[in-house]
Design a protein. Structure first.
Ligand code: PLP
Length: 393
C-alpha cells in the first residue's frame, strides 16, 4: 500500500540530496572537526559551508548560527539564556498556544518561582498585540512567541512583537520551527534576538537544530563543555546532520516559491473539497495569517482518533487535535485556547503537506475521507440525533 504522507508538521522525509550529502561523513570522512590533522580539518570546512547555507536561508550571518541537537534544545537554550542574563527579572511572557518545548519549560520555570504570562488568542488563533504590549513589565526577562503554530499553521506577527518588546528593553525569542522554509524569513529586516529551527521539519534528519542569536545579543550557554560553536554550545558536532541541515536549508531557499504556490494550491484544494463534501466541517485557525502547507479541519460529532485509524487503512497519515491522556481524550491546548467547541475539537484533523505531495495524493484523500466520516457518524449517537432533528425541521 502506498503511503500518503500529510503529516509534515510532525516530521518530514529527509530529502534525497540531503541524504547524499550526509552519507560520506558517517564512514569515509568521520574525522573530528576540532582535530589538528587535515583528516579532521577538512570536516571543519564542511561545517563552515553548512553555517553559510543555514544563514543564507534566514538572512543571517554565519556567526549568528549555533547548531544544537533539536528544536527543543534551541527553545530551552534561548529562554534560559535570557533568564541567566537578567537574573533580577522574574517574569516571562509567552502564549497559550506554544509547543510543549516552550510551554512545558515555562510551566517548569513557574514551579521555580518565575511569573509566566500566557497570552490568550482569539477564535482564529490570533494574538492581540495591544494585550501583548500591556503584559510587559520592568520585571520581564524575555518574550517568547512562536512564529507559526504547529497545529493550525497560524502565523503570529513576531517581527512587530519583537519591536514592542525592545521598546521596553526586553529580549525577544521566537520558535520558528514550523515557519522556517515555508515562509520567507529575513533576519536583516527584523530585530528578533533569538530564533529556533529544527532540522526534521525541513527535510533534514531528526536530532539537529539551530539557535540563531543576533550579533551583539548577550548569550549564556545552555550546554557547557568544549569550545565548540565558539563556546556557545559544548559537545562534539553532529557532523553528518549539520552537513545535511546545511543542504536542507539550501534546498528550502530554492523551494520557497513552490511552498507558496504549488503546496498552497494543493492544501487549498484539499480544504475546499473536504469542506464542500463533508457537512458540519470547518477550518480551525485564521484563513489568511497561515502557513501555506497546513489545514486543521474539524469534523463535528466524530473522534479524531477514529478518523486517523480509518485513514490509516488507506495509508493516509495525518494528526488529530486531541491526545489520549490517562484514558480520556483531551482536545489540544491550542484548540481549547481558541475556544473551539468540544464536539468540534474532538474531531479535528491536521493535514500538513510538503513539496513531495502530488495532486493524485490529494485527490485520493478527497475521495476516501467523506465516506470515512459518514461511516463514523452513522455510529455516533450525537450525529444520529442531530440528523433526526434536521430531518424533522
Ligand atoms: N516547536 C514547534 C513549533 C514544533 O512544531 C516542534 C516539533 O514538533 C518543536 C518545537 C520541537 O522540535 P524538536 O522535535 O526538534 O525538538
Amino acid at each position: 500500500m502506498k503511503t500518503v504522507y500529510l503529516d509534515n508538521n510532525a516530521t518530514t522525509q529527509v530529502a534525497p540530496e540531503v541524504l547524499d550529502a550526509m552519507l560520506p561523513y558517517f564512514h569515509d570522512l568521520y574525522g573530528n572537526p576540532s582535530s589538528m590533522h587535515s583528516f579532521g580539518g577538512q570536516i571543519a570546512q564542511k561545517l563552515r559551508d553548512a553555517r553559510e547555507q543555514a544563514s543564507a536561508l534566514i538572512g543571517a550571518t554565519p556567526d549568528e548560527i549555533i547548531f544544537t541537537s533539536c528544536g527543543t534544545e534551541s527553545d530551552n537554550a534561548a529562554i534560559r539564556s535570557a533568564l541567566a542574563i537578567h537574573p533580577e527579572r522574574r517574569h516571562i511572557v509567552t502564549s497559550r498556544v506554544e509547543h510543549p518545548a516552550v510551554k512545558v519549560l515555562c510551566a517548569h520555570l513557574a514551579g521555580q518561582g518565575y511569573r509566566v504570562t500566557e497570552l490568550p488568542v482569539d477564535k482564529n488563533g490570533l494574538l492581540d498585540m495591544e494585550q501583548m504590549a500591556a503584559s510587559l513589565t520592568p520585571d520581564t526577562a524575555v518574550v517568547s512567541l512562536m512564529w507559526a503554530n504547529n497545529e493550525t499553521g497560524v502565523v503570529f506577527p513576531v517581527e512587530k512583537a519583537a519591536e514592542l518588546a525592545h521598546e521596553r528593553g526586553i529580549p525577544f525569542h521566537t520558535d520558528a520551527i514550523q515557519s522556517t522554509g515555508k515562509i520567507p524569513i529575513d533576519m536583516k529586516k527584523n530585530t528578533i534576538d533569538m530564533l529556533s529551527i529544527s532540522g526534521h521539519k525541513l527535510h533534514a534528519p531528526k536530532g539537529i537544530g539551530i539557535l540563531y542569536v543576533r550579533k551583539g545579543t548577550k548569550f549564556s550557554p545552555f550546554l557547557i563543555g568544549g569550545h565548540q560553536e565558539k563556546g556557545r554550545r559544548g559537545g562534539t558536532e553532529n557532523t553528518p546532520s549539520i552537513i545535511g541541515l546545511g543542504k536542507a536549508c539550501e534546498l528550502a531557499a530554492r523551494h520557497m516559491g513552490t511552498e507558496n504556490t504549488e503546496v498552497k494550491r494543493l492544501r487549498d484544494k484539499l480544504e475546499t473539497e473536504l469542506l464542500k463534501r463533508i457537512p458540519q466541517s470547518r477550518v480551525n485557525g485564521d484563513l489568511h495569517e497561515r502557513l501555506p502547507n497546513t489545514t486543521n479541519i474539524s469534523f463535528e460529532f466524530v473522534e479524531g482518533e477514529g478518523i486517523l485509524l480509518l485513514m490509516n487503512e488507506y495509508g493516509i497519515c495525518a494528526s488529530s487535535g486531541s491526545a489520549c491522556t490517562s484514558g480520556s481524550l483531551q482536545p489540544s491546548h491550542v484548540l481549547r485556547a481558541m475556544g473551539v467547541p468540544f464536539t468540534m475539537a474532538h474531531g479535528s484533523i491536521r493535514f500538513s503537506l510538503s513539496i513531495y505531495n502530488t495532486e493524485e495524493e490529494i485527490d485520493f484523500v478527497i475521495e476516501k475521507l467523506p465516506p470515512i466520516i459518514e461511516r463514523l457518524r452513522s455510529m455516533s449517537p450525537y450525529w444520529t440525533s442531530v440528523a433526526q432533528a434536521c430531518a424533522t425541521v
